[in-house]
Design a protein around this ligand. Sequence first.
Ligand SMILES: Nc1ncnc2c1ncn2[C@@H]1O[C@H](COP(=O)(O)OP(=O)(O)OP(=O)(O)O)[C@@H](O)[C@H]1O
Ligand SMILES: [Mg+2]
Length: 448
Amino acid sequence: MEPKLRLMIVDDELIVRESLLNWLRKYGHEVDTAASGSEALEKIEQKPFQLLFVDIKMPGMDGLELLERVKKEYPDTLVVIITAHGSIESAARAMRAGASDYLMKPFKPDQLSLVMERIFNQQKITSDYRYVKGCLDQITRFDNIIGQSPPMEKLYALILEVAQSDASVLITGETGTGKELVAKAIHAKSPRAQLPFVAINCGALPDALMESELFGHRKGSFTGAEHSRKGFLEVVSGGTLFLDEIGDISAKMQVDLLRVLEDKTIFSVGSKTPVKVDFRLISATRKDLEKCIEEGSFREDFFYRINVIIIHLPSLRERKGDIPLLVDHFMAKYSHETTKHVDRIKPDALSLLNAYNWPGNVRELENAVERAVVLSKSRTLDARDFSFLKPAHAAPSSPQTLKAVQESHILRILDEQDWQITRSAEILGINRVTLHKIIKRNNFSKGT
Ligand SMILES: Nc1ncnc2c1ncn2[C@@H]1O[C@H](COP(=O)(O)OP(=O)(O)OP(=O)(O)O)[C@@H](O)[C@H]1O
Ligand SMILES: [Mg+2]
């Protein structure tokens, strides 16, 4: 079956537009029309089309010029040229300039079908198709982990290797670098893949709750325990246990878990019967655990138990080469979710993203692209779509003047203090009136 496409007919004659429109719609395609080259370009800037039918002779921008512009700016878009009968020369010129085929006026529906068929046979690759295929490749490879930079290639190799063993893994890295994603990928590539993956956020649970979540409890073992319940250590039954934010775990819980890792048996709360457990442990933390050991908040023996293998995830700053790939991925993801068509990004926007420091790493980039896609009025993102990125984190690309540093420092403090003038002035060590004057002189406002 032929795929359904987004098509546009560009012709200054209404009758041609309408007859083509009716035929093409019969095949179930989504069809739009434009009466001139410039109208067509405006529409392409709004959303992508896979195929254009373009009349050669039009007032203003003619079909050949439109063809050239489309091929230059949107090389994925195919163009079929419509020429008057007898002007085979201009048809040939159009083919040389990159047209996929041509139609001679007047033409019949079966000639149109023939052209469509030829195009499908020639090249099925539309940008949508490429996107879907790209996603599939990524998914089958590594659970949606995007990146081709050298540190990421090393990471993929490590994931595959680690997945085959049963050793405890500790994943470290700044916030938003993909620790949870990597934990899931290890599980998915491991022999335990068909068994449960159970994730617990150690930072979010108070001790007593964590204990009953992990070990389970007997009916009546504490007030409110109306039924007996199995703990996650039992529920995981042969799968992978993911302890997220392990740096936040209490001293008592460290001891309890250490014992489980040594004995592979547990007692549920209120019970004296030991239960055998089997799981592979993956933990993650943003904290520097060795420092926590020095400070006395983390047990050294527990640390050695959980970090038989350490995987450190690179920050986004260390793999900026992956930014375009990540941006493409997130544009496609959020275009799909919002049913908008945002699939292009201008070089000025990319260089802005490249200059930024990304303290929140991939999560922050994902949120930034989502926000830009949601607010964008066209299919192309430019630097203005990312103006909300705080200048404080923008890495200076060239030496800055003292005045510029001063201004960006003041802006950063204002942003951090949510534009509370008194507090900001206090932190900056100047009085409110001076701060007001600076704001006014520089035209600062929220979101500058
Ligand atoms: N390499 C990547 N490719 C695609 N998406 C990614 C990548 N790394 C992270 N993400 C996305 O960024 C977000 C944060 O990832 P994740 O939750 O795994 O980070 P984390 O390291 O656990 O962060 P935190 O320490 O804050 O919990 C998720 O939406 C995830 O899908
Ligand atoms: Mg996490």
